[in-house]
Design a protein around this ligand. Structure first.
Ligand code: HEC
Ligand code: HEC
Length: 326
């Protein structure tokens, strides 16, 4: 008996020494502390990270064709009956234009006419060393239960940095930190002051005479050889992959070098994705010289979507996104 007690206490003593040592390895050793400080924090998702994604905060819902013209079939937005639901874990918001490490966003693509369409995508904000050029996002293709899909050919999990599929390069066009759903302006509803001082904007083109057969005579004030049309773009806005950005403002001044009485002003504004998506989400304006919106005899402002005058129908003939001049 005595012998086995002795054995046990030796064993216990030894055990305590070992556990003490391993504790000190983790916490007290100055070399290890250094190592821990040098390691950049990271967030590596596992197969359970996206579990229950459809119970996260529903932060966006898009339906129909995407206004992002390049979206096409790649992301399931190729039909007018497509429905895309965007879920943010914890309703996370960007801070100073960037999402914090550990941010989880998921997207469910379905189709109101075709129950067989169900696709799930995810993005996770990794640590600062992961892929700085790609915003340190990792991209995922998921199963309905949130687990990570395996590639049917290679068996590898469908996840990766900005080199994975085309995810990162298309999402680079988002207004804030590679995520489309939050942070960017979702609509731009012009006030009466929006076109004030438009003649100080960037003069992108000056057209003289009726050089463009599209003007079809008088429609737009281009019906004489002495007609002058000046086109101004606010902030010199440029077209991107997905058309002109929301909030783009363009103004046109029609005058005549032979007739000082000719002065007409037109405007167009890029609205949000649900404004008039079949017609580029442009709103059309007839303006006064000071940029305010003309009010007609009924007291209504002269502005509207593609059903307003014939503006949109003719502009649909422009090479890109309803704009002729740039
Ligand atoms: C051609 C452009 C394009 C490509 C390629 C693309 N996406 Fe998207 N993605 C979008 C757009 C646009 C949205 C906004 C919602 C919508 O309109 O469906 C979006 C939304 C998302 C969202 C919700 C967060 C947000 O940005 O609003 C996730 C998550 C997502 N995509 C993941 C992916 C993954 C993973 C891939 C690659 C397998 C991918 N995307 C490829 C355009 C794209
Ligand atoms: C019959 C064709 C036609 C119609 C209708 C038309 N436009 Fe235009 N518009 C043009 C052309 C062509 C230009 C290119 C500049 C030029 O040659 O004067 C232009 C230029 C513009 C521009 C400068 C941006 C650009 O596309 O270059 C604005 C703004 C504009 N039009 C507004 C309007 C508004 C508002 C209406 C409706 C009240 C309208 N347009 C109706 C043909 C048309």
């Amino acid at each position: 008996m005595k012998k086995s007690y002795l054995f046990l206490s030796v064993f216990l003593a030894l055990f305590m020494v070992i556990t003490n040592q391993s504790c000190s390895d983790d916490e007290d050793d100055p070399d290890d502390m250094m190592m821990m400080e040098e390691e950049t924090p990271d967030f590596i998702a596992d197969d359970q990270t996206f579990a229950g994604l459809t119970s996260w905060t529903l932060s966006g819902e898009e339906s129909g064709l995407s206004t992002y013209t390049s979206l096409g079939g790649a992301h399931g937005a190729a039909t007018s009956t497509s429905v895309r639901k965007i879920y943010y874990s914890g309703g996370q918001d960007p801070a100073n234009g960037e999402y914090p490490m550990g941010t989880l966003i998921a997207k469910h693509v379905s189709d109101s006419e075709d129950a067989s369409i169900n696709q799930y995508f995810g993005m996770v904000k990794r640590g600062a060393d992961y892929d700085p050029a790609g915003g340190n996002w990792e991209w995922f293709i998921l199963n309905a239960d949130g687990t990570i899909q395996n590639d049917p050919d290679t068996g590898e999990p469908q996840r990766g940095d900005s080199s994975f599929k085309a995810c990162g390069s298309c999402h680079a066009g988002a207004a804030v930190d590679f995520a489309f759903t939050k942070g960017g302006p979702s609509d731009f509803n012009a006030t009466d002051a929006a076109f004030a001082n438009f003649s100080d904007w960037t003069l992108v083109a000056t057209e003289v005479g009726d050089t463009d057969p599209l003007l079809q005579g008088g429609a737009h004030g281009g019906n004489s050889a002495t007609s002058v049309r000046e086109i101004y773009f606010k902030d010199d806005a440029s077209i991107g992959d997905n058309g002109y950005p929301v909030g783009t403002l363009i103004a046109k001044h029609v005058s005549d070098s032979d007739d000082p009485n000719v002065n007409a002003y037109f405007g167009m504004v890029k609205r949000g994705s649900t404004y008039d998506s079949a017609n580029g989400n442009w709103e059309w304006f007839i303006l006064n010289a000071d940029g305010s919106v003309v009010v007609n005899e009924d007291g209504d402002p002269e502005r509207g979507d593609s059903s307003f005058k014939a503006c949109s129908g003719c502009h649909a003939a422009a090479a890109a996104d309803f704009v002729f001049s740039k």
